[in-house]
Design a protein around this ligand. Structure first.
Ligand code: ZN
Length: 510
């Protein structure tokens, strides 16, 4: 989710939102693009840059051996990403050697590969110095904005695997302050207290037989990327080990000399946040260790985040199915946005300041919302640009499920404060590009989405509702689900007629 801080000044906020929506519309004309039209990039989106041979500013490599990748004895089910990363915290500079072992499960022979290179949305950030396929330099590639297209020397047959190797550096951008009502903060980059590596490495986007590569344009709010599940090994060291920051990351951590290795299986996207100021509290739930990283003077809210995340993992394991990873890291962002990644999520800085010591606040329900994305996003992925309701409506309704477990007496408060205060309107199944502004988009997709799921649950009953969710999780885990998958599996769990409910909330019949 993205849940942006409103500083608790609700009435003022409503006026700001109305103003912001007007302003956003004026600035961008961001009503729905015409069919076939490419949405206009946000006004502050950095211009595309061309990759160039690395040179200026790349720190010297040393001969220190990198830990060897673990051998795999099973057939390659998923792409395997191995990254060797040197982070120069002081200079905001990252040097990366990366390999991707990519199995072609598309069912078609592939003539090219398309990778998302989000750092290339910033000017002079991404610098590509080497690109090889199976140890042979790539002759032809194009890097245009976020899209890296690599022509294959010969077609990759269905079922075959290749290895792509890249060397590149990142000169990190500053996380510039933004008006939270107008556009999302850019999480990637550095602030005075934090470096965030999110969507920071090139990754091969999903390929859909008949449709091709899936890489949507960025938008002002919401998310636009779609992720295959993959396995990750990230080996990290610091250019200056004597002043190494504290690191929060997706994945299980092991240290070996100057290197720290993170491993993540069947993950969607590997995120990392580093700060010399980070403090951390942790706890366990079953076999899972939950960490809450925070900036100084925030211990009380950080402990509340930890407890809410632990209670949420318990509630969602009972309601949906098992948590998929060994760790979960909740991280206080030095910016005001919440966002989910694999086994990792950010919470907005100001929610910590506004925490009032009760569970009735944004810090708590956004923490459990982001936690639920480890089921609805991480396990069952979806097209976040075109069908954002698939994860966001479930993540929002998962807040309801958390409060049912914590204290059912809080449910009326949750509906009133979290949802109905905004008098939400709009179709649940709009693409992010048709949101008409952050607030209307959130109202339609998240808040009306929660009402849709509540109405559906009332109609079909708790037993069928939770049996459906468990089955949907089990069958779609590791995949990219579609609305057709959602409704097909739903209908296998109920004979009830819910067509009127679908007609109320959805513009597309199901
Ligand atoms: Zn969400």
């Amino acid at each position: 989710m993205r849940e942006i801080v409103f500083a608790g000044k609700i009435q003022r906020m409503k006026r700001i939102i109305v103003f912001a929506i007007l302003l956003l519309t004026l600035l961008s004309g961001c009503s729905s693009p015409a069919p076939g039209e490419t949405p206009t990039p946000a006004p502050d989106l950095p211009s595309p840059t061309e990759g160039s041979a690395g040179g200026d500013g790349i720190p010297a490599r040393t001969a220190t051996p990198v830990p060897a990748p673990s051998p795999t004895l099973v057939p390659l089910e998923r792409a395997q990403y191995t990254l060797t990363v040197t982070l120069d915290y002081a200079r905001k500079f990252v040097d990366v050697e990366q390999t991707i072992r990519y199995p072609n499960h598309s069912g078609e022979a592939l003539n090219d590969l398309v990778l998302a290179v989000e750092p290339n949305l910033w000017v002079n950030c991404f610098s590509l110095s080497e690109l090889e396929i199976d140890d042979t330099p790539v002759g032809a590639y194009t890097l245009d904005s976020q899209r890296l297209t690599v022509d294959l020397p010969q077609p990759l047959p269905a079922g075959a695997t290749l290895t792509l190797a890249l060397k590149y550096s990142l000169s990190l951008p500053e996380i510039a302050p933004t008006d939270p009502n107008l556009q999302r903060p850019r999480i990637f980059g550095y602030s005075t207290r934090q470096i965030n590596l999110t969507n920071w490495y090139p990754f091969i986007v999903p390929y859909e037989a008949g449709a091709g590569w899936i890489l949507h344009d960025p938008w002002y709010y919401g998310e636009h990327l779609v992720y295959e599940a993959a396995d990750y090994e990230v080996n990290l060291r610091f250019a200056d080990p004597d002043s190494a920051p504290v690191v929060a990351a997706s994945g299980f951590v092991e240290s070996s000399g100057e290197w720290t290795r993170y491993t993540l299986e069947k993950g969607r996207t590997f995120a990392l946040s580093a700060s010399p100021e980070f403090q951390v509290v942790s706890g366990t739930v079953g076999e899972v260790t939950v960490f809450s990283y925070y900036l100084p003077l925030n211990e009380k809210p950080a402990r509340a985040v930890l407890q809410a995340s632990i209670r949420a993992v318990q509630a969602y394991e009972r309601a949906f199915g098992a948590y998929p990873h060994k760790t979960l890291s909740a991280v206080q962002g030095d910016f005001n946005d919440g966002m989910e990644y694999s086994a990792f999520y950010f919470l907005p800085r100001d929610f910590y300041n506004l925490y009032d010591g009760t569970p009735q606040n944004y810090l708590t329900f956004v923490a459990v919302h982001e936690t639920s994305h480890q089921w609805w996003f991480e396990q069952v992925a979806n097209d976040q640009a075109l069908e954002p309701w698939l994860d966001e409506s479930l993540a929002t309704y998962s807040e309801h499920i958390f409060y049912e477990e914590l204290d059912p007496a809080l449910i009326p408060w949750w509906w009133a404060y979290r949802v109905d205060f905004y008098q939400p309107e709009g179709w649940v199944d709009i693409p992010v590009y048709e949101g008409g502004g952050f607030r209307p988009y959130t109202d339609a997709v998240y808040l009306r989405g929660a009402h849709f799921l509540e109405d559906l649950r009332q109609r079909i009953g708790d037993e069928a509702f939770f049996a459906f969710l468990q089955d949907y999780l089990s069958r779609e885990s590791g995949r990219i689900a579609t609305p057709d998958d959602f409704f097909r599996i739903l209908r296998q769990h109920t004979d009830a007629d819910f067509s009127d409910i679908v007609g109320t909330y959805f513009q597309t019949p199901h």
